[in-house]
Design a protein around this ligand. Structure first.
Ligand code: HEM
Length: 506
């Protein structure tokens, strides 16, 4: 299946980095001439504006560079843009939850949204009436009580995953990516992917759109379009034209949003549609006066949900796989819990979740250990604000540094270690700590978190019951220590590395 490959990721990163460097060189020359004037009033935040401390090529920097204890809240100015990096969960909650009215905007993408056909994307919209309509649908259709309706799809996709892992274990990375694509497209559109989905029209449309979105909505390309608006007309046959030509991009995004949705409408018309987010949203909002232009809004929301949910769900499972290979004792303890509670005659299912605290702790620790969206998605301050005596300028980009929050050694001693026991008390019961920061904050918190929790949990539980995940061996029988490269960018996860999925049940 032609899901995004590491080579493609590097190609994307390299070309995006080149675009970024060109823009940086142009704008920097101008910026050097302008001395920054600090606004009057309370003192500005502690500065970390030296380029050796903050790499302005974000988001191509490795998130490990953010490990240094910079303080809870730090400020820098990159190319005239105020940026506030929030390294503490408490400060993130104080700003983005308690003062959510002021901290729920996104960066200005007006040069991109309409011209490139990206105005469907909830995640990019400002905190306005359209975004509110999107969130209303997402909240109504992805509530914990509602997502149980998608458990049969989740179980079906997990059964396909374990079968694929048994059949071709060396292709485990690809199977996990296929699983996340299948589970998200299944729960959003009730669309069942065939075994070889590369020829599936809907799948191809959402994949092409998601891949293009990752490239074109990144800071480098966004800055390039802002600096040189003419690139919107770059012919598609020129290098980069397939990404920057606005009309071509619009066609890709229209297909992404339209193809699976139109197929679903066909199934609804013939009474063949099963439970899914899109059908539920149409039933709740179409033909009612609750929402203007309901069908289009549902269509847009579902287009966003696929691209927001696919990569994150799969990436979390790849992080889990790495943890299991590196920590065999933890894997064994998790398998022992499944053996003692569920037995070996069946696989765990959702009804077992509350009886398996150690598996729950493994799930939570996976979210904490390596957050897959390490710098979340930046929020923006709608108005000037004062926090803890410091001035936060209007329009400042607020970057929640989830990586720093996950590595907070006062809350998580030895944060580098994968240790699920940090979520258990002395009696083995789960603590109240859930690493919810992995899903962002406030009004912008990830609306798909309950669905994602079910998808990731069931995959973890069934993989652990059915397989031992071990270090691979080379032809001479030597153990290969996993040392994967990491995909960098908005999302971050291990690239394919050798490991063995050994069946535990026959
Ligand atoms: C383990 C899986 C997932 C993780 C770690 C994750 C994480 C995140 C994070 C960090 C944000 C940014 C929140 C903020 O701005 O404060 C976000 C936003 C979002 N997520 Fe997720 N997500 C996951 C799965 C999903 C799924 C399955 C869906 C849909 C079904 C989804 C839909 C969205 C949407 C639509 C937004 C944008 C919300 C907005 O801008 O208002 N996510 N997610």
């Amino acid at each position: 299946m032609s899901l995004t490959t590491p080579t493609m990721h590097s190609a994307i990163s390299i070309s995006a980095a080149i675009a970024c460097v060109v823009v940086l060189a142009t704008i920097r020359a101008r910026h050097r001439l302008r001395r920054r004037r600090l606004p009057p009033g309370p003192p500005p935040l502690p500065l970390i504006g030296n380029t050796h401390q903050v790499d302005p090529s974000y988001p191509w920097l490795s998130f490990t560079q953010w490990k240094a204890p910079y303080g809870d809240l730090v400020y820098c100015n990159v190319l005239g843009q105020d940026i506030v990096i929030v390294n503490s969960e408490k400060v993130a909650e104080d700003l983005m939850e308690k003062r959510s009215r002021n901290y729920s905007d996104r960066m200005d993408m007006s040069d991109m949204l309409e011209p490139y056909g990206m105005d469907f994307a909830t995640v990019l919209l400002n905190h306005n009436a359209t975004w509110q309509a999107h969130r209303r649908i997402l909240q109504q259709t992805l509530r914990p009580e509602v997502v149980v309706a998608y458990q049969s799809t989740q179980l079906h996709c997990t059964a396909n995953l374990t079968q694929s892992l048994a059949r071709a274990p060396s292709e485990w990375w690809k199977h996990i990516r296929s699983f996340s694509a299948a589970i998200v497209i299944g729960t959003i559109y009730d669309h069942e992917l065939p075994e070889n989905p590369e020829h599936d029209v809907s799948f191809k449309a959402v994949l092409d759109g998601s891949e293009l979105g990752v490239i074109i909505a990144s800071p480098g390309p966004v800055a390039l379009v802002k600096a040189i608006p003419l690139v919107k007309q770059l012919p598609t046959w020129m290098p980069g034209g397939q990404w920057f030509n606005a009309a071509a991009c619009k066609r890709v995004f229209n297909k992404m949003v339209g193809t699976p949705f139109d197929e679903l409408l066909g199934r609804i018309a013939t009474g063949k549609a099963g439970p899914c987010v899109a059908a539920d949203a149409l039933a709740k909002f179409q033909d009612t006066k609750k929402l203007e232009n309901a069908e289009q809004v549902v269509k847009d929301v579902c287009g966003t949900a696929y691209s927001a949910g696919e990569e994150t769900t799969g990436s979390t499972l790849i992080v889990f796989t790495l943890a299991m290979v590196l920590y065999p004792d933890i894997q064994k303890r998790a398998q022992d819990e499944i053996e003692s509670i569920v037995g070996s005659s069946r696989l765990p299912d959702f009804n077992d979740r509350s009886a398996l605290p150690y598996i729950e702790a493994v799930f939570r620790e996976t979210l904490r250990w390596r957050p897959v969206v390490p710098l979340a998605i930046p929020h923006v301050a709608a108005n000037e604000d004062v926090y803890d005596g410091y001035l936060i300028p209007k329009g400042a980009v607020i970057m929640p540094n989830l990586w720093a929050m996950s590595q907070d050694s006062t809350k998580y001693p030895s944060p580098e270690t994968f240790n699920p026991e940090r979520f258990l008390d002395a009696t083995g019961k789960l603590t109240t700590d859930t690493p919810n920061f992995a899903f962002g904050f406030g009004r912008r918190v990830c609306p798909g978190r309950h669905l994602a929790s079910g998808s990731v949990w069931i995959a973890i539980a069934q993989i652990l019951a059915a397989f031992s995940i071990e270090k691979a061996k080379d032809a001479a029988g030597n153990v290969i220590e996993p040392n994967p490269g990491w995909k960098r960018g908005l999302s971050s996860y291990p690239l394919p590395f050798p490991c063995s999925f050994v069946p535990r049940r026959h």
